[in-house]
Design a binder for this molecule. Sequence first.
Ligand code: ASP
Length: 360
Amino acid sequence: MNMHGSITRRNFFKSASAIGAGALIGHEVSSPSQLMAQADGASKPVVIASKNGLQATAKAMTLIQEGADALDAVIAGVNLVEDDPNENSVGLGGLPNEEGIVELDASVMHGPTGRGGCVASLRNIKNPSKVAKVLMERTDHVLIVGEGALRFARAHGFKEENLLTEESRQAWLRWKENLSTTDDWLPPHDIETKGIGMNRGPAYRNHGTINCNAVDLRGGISGCTSTSGLSYKIPGRVGDSPILGAGLYVDNEVGAAGSTGRGEANLLACSSVMVVEFMRQGKSPEEACLQACQRIVDQTKMKRLLDEQGRPKFDVVFYAINKRGQFGAGALWSGERFTVNTGEKDSRQLEMPFLFKRGA
Ligand code: ASP
């Protein structure tokens, strides 16, 4: 048992895949390892995404099979989710900050050229991923935020619009009207303090993001992460999604990794670059993702963030692919899913390997 009394570093891969790998959401039953076996060997195209990425992965794979660059393919896929007003964690219709204003974060990274672009706290532009790509291609910068990012987007002809849908506005209003001691403004506290800041009922707060990574027909690897971030955040709060190394990382010689979930934990661990480095050391994508999850567990020390068994109360999820077209994912907690498309069948959702079983 480790310090949290739950699972050892040595056996968590075994138990995670025993418990967590498995059922296909849909008609057939398959497992990540079976699919990975299919993808094993030669470099094959693959697209992986968060659970909201069914359409995105299908779109990206279609483009890749037509010869598109992986970055163009994943951005086109992510745009479908950014444009969807009913997806309340990304782009148009994303849940707003605590003042009712939608602020979007996104990152892109292009393996073949070793370039990246990121925007954070961008208002009024529904496709932050596209702005991030223009930043990568048309400036010497990597990250641009807030008002400057909006001006940059305007300069490049992006259309401004109100991103707050009626549904998101009402959700925000409900939250605002029910504020208690559970917001992000924490009273003075120390490492022993419990019961503040993490009492966020699912009815009021939500996480959500799309991360989508791909290998194209030329072996080019790219990734994109896009989000409206933590709902009802303090204005200007930036999560992991637009930070290369945290919410996304690509190395064309190794693979790509991205993340969804509690951005603060991921910013402190810089986990996506860690996943890529674990893969460079020979770990499979799944092993690398779960090892990054374990690192987050080890690094979380504030008691207000931990449950009675010393496990993080939050979740972080990783999605990874390697140069050979193998894929894998991992989460702190059970119950997550991810999406994959290997070009042979439709996009499918798979249950995600995990460290801790919910309810146990
Ligand atoms: N990681 C995102 C953030 O912290 C949110 C999420 O994926 O749920 O902004």
